[in-house]
Design a protein around this ligand. Structure first.
Ligand SMILES: [Zn+2]
Length: 416
């Protein structure tokens, strides 16, 4: 089975770009550049070639009889100490699709794109290259981001031949390709498919995110002399809010689509063992697939925080850090994806994606859908990231079938 070639290539890429702690293909750095060189060498053996757009994305094109294009995406960059499948699976499964269609000119054009800096690991801005390609990127918002060494994003990109101000111009080149459908194969990075005993799933859409910082302000006081009833403990109000948010997520979750919330950071002041906390700041990250559900989760969290603040005689202020709307993938492509998974694996689970992906940026430009391979123990962004080979093979085959179905769909459409 040809899927084995993809797995062998993924292992070869991992061997070349990983150390004992995992994959080290952080975007804009030397190992990432070496990963792209490795891919260039692999492509040359098949008579294929990558071209870089002004946003730093690499495009590999197989011209069809007609110029309308089915785009297949992924990313070779990784987080530091990352896994062997995140991103790279999508690129190499896409290259495999080009190889399978190469000997007979396909009816429409196929293009694989290796997006630059999907992870945002170095500068904290995810989906950088794909947001250049969709032209949603506002260069002013990223130009002066710095990494831990103090290097500016604009300078790191310039070292790689990318002018941050010109990145949104990549949209013009993308539009010129007449893009008609976007497909992305990725690992799930969570435990849902494994818990169902399934290798492969069709992705309904990606969660919307509401991310806030909540600042509770009470009164710092001596821990020995202040009776419990007379305290204005900011931490307790924050803690009660965190527990209430868990209940809200449980209450709003449905079997098809969970609601999640995370309090990921806690800061207390004055932060000493003998003082009642006068100030407590927590982060709250809430995600859901339905816009109305996400709004409801946020409204309920505000109410819960106000209640907890009142109960502890403190006040609470909210500051929004980031927000993105939920996105539902194209119904026609989702139907093709479901069919492909069903035909190859005998089952067709559908699930939403908690993490964001380049597909969300591409969905601004053309209809899009994603397919997931199960993740062992739900782990990703670590060296333990894995998928059993039999599950990978089935998923890669299902993805090839999705490509074929999508090519047939686009070929049947009226030429633009
Ligand atoms: Zn990824």
């Amino acid at each position: 089975m040809r899927a084995c070639d993809v797995i062998a290539e993924l292992r070869a890429l991992a061997a070349r770009t990983s150390d004992a702690d995992g994959a080290q293909r952080v975007a804009w750095g030397p190992v990432w550049r070496d990963a792209r060189r490795w891919l260039d060498e692999a492509l040359a053996r098949d008579g294929l070639r990558a071209e870089t757009d002004v946003a730093g994305n690499n495009w590999i094109t197989l011209a069809g009889t007609r110029p309308e294009t089915v785009v297949i995406g992924g990313h070779l960059d990784s987080v530091p100490n990352g896994g062997w499948l995140d991103g790279a699976l999508g690129v190499l499964a896409g290259v495999e699709a080009l190889r399978r269609h190469k000997d007979r000119t396909p009816p429409v054009t196929l293009a694989v794109v290796d997006f630059a800096d999907e992870e945002g690991a170095r500068f904290g801005r995810s989906l950088l290259g794909s947001s250049g390609a969709s032209a949603s990127l506002v260069p002013d918002t990223v130009r002066n981001l710095v990494d831990r060494q103090g290097t500016r994003l604009a300078d790191a990109l310039a070292e790689n031949g990318v002018d941050v101000d010109r990145m949104p111009e990549a949209r013009r080149a993308l539009d010129a390709r007449r893009p008609r459908a976007y497909l992305e194969l990725h690992i799930e990075q969570g435990p849902v498919l494994e818990s169902m005993g399934r290798s492969t799933g069709a992705v309904i859409g990606t969660y919307g995110v509401e991310r806030h910082v909540l600042r509770f302000v009470g009164q710092a006081a001596h821990s020995g002399s202040t009776p419990i009833a007379m305290r204005r403990d900011a931490f307790l109000a924050a803690a009660e809010t965190a527990l209430a948010c868990r209940d809200i997520a449980r209450r709003l979750s449905t079997p098809e689509s969970g609601v999640v919330c995370t309090v990921g950071t806690v800061k207390v002041e004055p932060g000493i063992v003998t003082a009642v906390p006068g100030v407590c700041e927590i982060s709250l990250d809430q995600r859901a697939l339905e816009p109305a559900t996400l709004q409801r989760a946020l409204d309920d969290a505000r109410e819960a925080a106000s209640r907890a603040a009142a109960a502890n005689d403190v006040r609470v202020e909210w500051r929004r850090v980031w927000q993105i709307d939920p996105y539902r993938f194209d119904p026609r492509l989702l139907a093709l994806c479901t069919e492909a998974v069903q035909e190859v694996t005998g089952h067709a689970p559908r699930l939403p994606s908690g993490p964001l992906h380049d597909a969300v940026e591409m969905a601004r430009v053309m209809p899009a859908v994603m397919m997931f391979a199960m993740s062992s123990n739900g782990l990703s962004h670590c060296k333990e990231e894995d998928t059993p080979e039999a599950d990978l093979e089935a998923t890669i085959e299902a993805f090839q079938r999705l490509v074929d179905k999508t090519v047939a769909m686009v070929a049947a459409e009226e030429p633009a």
